[in-house]
Design a protein around this ligand. Structure first.
Ligand SMILES: *Cc1c(COP(=O)(O)O)cnc(C)c1O
Length: 371
């Protein structure tokens, strides 16, 4: 049996007619950059996140960058985040001229450890970006308590957490702003590049709207130096169609995760991910921990099962950040994640048979190894 890591085609086939009709509508109205389809999606996504505003931008990276600029982060500032994220979280900080400062993650959620946060704060700290890794939110109460004590802004990197919850509150609605990516492989994916910032702070939303449109609120009168960070009209229309299915898709991911969890109980070789008591996990990635990760990936590939690694090198050990002076041993939990995390196939259209097959292969490989 073949089990792909991700199957965008299966999802497209299920909604093809609706998507093509909405695209025709955009083409017919020539609403290509920003415009009514983007505005409609912004309204829908803001209410999905239970926030007042959503500002559509070009990507998740741009959402993080513009949100940081919107809260006033500039050269010389420090922004605290976790080292086991996609590189974009740190890149956005660097592109404001600020420096990323890392705090290790907690065992269990693998998100920012609030107990270590205070130790990383300096007089230059301007913001904290917890990353809701793999679809599970960070422990926001602990993080927000420290941030409030020091008067520091919190931006959620919710690029992997569309629809995730913390004590019943939606990702993106707890910090000063939440940043989302609609990269095609995300839980809510565009058919191209797109992203969005959500916030209930009207002034912050206005500043980000101005920054994404060349610093203008009136055409050709530029109040601040901005960029072209607008969402494209076709993406806005596609995202409106797909948003209607997001809850059902997330529920399917959770059902798949529960089945994986049951099957993996019998596999001593790997440790299944855990849902924290505060969380509604939306399993953007289903990452297990395995001591012999790399040989397991090869063996699973031989059985037709495609896996991923998120991420093989933590950010503080990436070559591009050598100048920050990060060294092995600084963030032991994140470093162990990089060695042991193995992402199994996870997407809503995955079948029970496919999951059972993956579980069966892991049982077989496990028996082979322990003997
Ligand atoms: C995908 C992702 C981003 C960047 O989003 P793009 O749309 O690819 O720019 C940022 N942070 C995290 C955690 C992500 O997973």
């Amino acid at each position: 049996m073949k089990v792909p890591f991700l199957d965008l085609k299966a999802q497209y086939d299920a909604i093809a007619q609706e998507v093509e009709e909405c695209m025709k509508e955009v083409l017919g109205r020539c609403a290509f950059s920003g415009g009514p389809f983007v505005e409609r999606f912004e309204d829908e996504f803001a209410s999905f996140c239970r926030c007042k505003h959503a500002v559509g931008v070009g990507s998740g990276t741009e959402a993080l960058w513009l949100a940081l600029l919107g809260i006033g982060v500039q050269a010389g500032d420090e922004v605290i985040t976790s080292p086991n994220s996609f590189i974009a979280t740190a890149e956005a900080i660097s592109f404001c001229g600020a420096s990323p400062v890392f705090v290790d993650v907690e065992e269990g959620s693998f998100t920012m450890n609030p107990a270590l946060l205070e130790g990383a704060i300096t007089p230059r700290t301007r913001a904290i970006i917890p990353v809701h890794l793999f679809g599970q939110m960070a422990d926001m109460d602990g993080i927000l308590a420290v941030a409030r004590r020091y008067g520091i802004a919190v931006l959620e990197d919710a690029c992997q957490a569309h629809g995730a919850e913390y004590k019943g509150r939606r990702a993106g609605s707890l910090g000063d702003a939440g940043c989302f990516s609609f990269y095609p492989g995300k839980n809510l994916g565009a058919y191209g590049e797109a992203g969005c910032v959500v916030t209930s702070d009207s002034q912050l939303a206005d500043r980000i709207r101005v920054l994404r449109d060349h610093g203008q609120s009136r055409k050709y009168y530029h109040e601040v130096v901005g960029i072209n960070g607008r969402m494209d009209g076709l993406q806005g229309a596609v995202l409106s169609v797909k948003l209607k299915y997001l809850d059902a898709w997330n529920t399917a991911r959770r059902t798949h995760a529960a089945l994986y969890g049951k099957l993996l109980d019998e596999v001593p070789l790997v440790a299944a991910p855990k849902e924290m008591s505060y969380a509604r996990h939306v399993y953007h990635v289903y990452a297990v921990r395995a001591g012999e990760r790399d040989s397991l990936i090869t063996a699973l590939a031989e059985s037709g099962i495609a896996c991923g690694v998120h991420y093989p090198v933590p950010i503080h050990l990436q070559r591009c950040y050598a100048s920050l002076g990060g060294s092995t041993g600084s963030f032991p939990v994140a470093e162990r994640c990089a060695k042991e995390f193995l992402s199994l196939p996870m997407f809503p259209e995955l079948t029970k048979e496919q999951i059972t097959y993956v579980g069966g292969q892991l049982v077989r490989l496990s028996a082979g190894r322990s003997s």
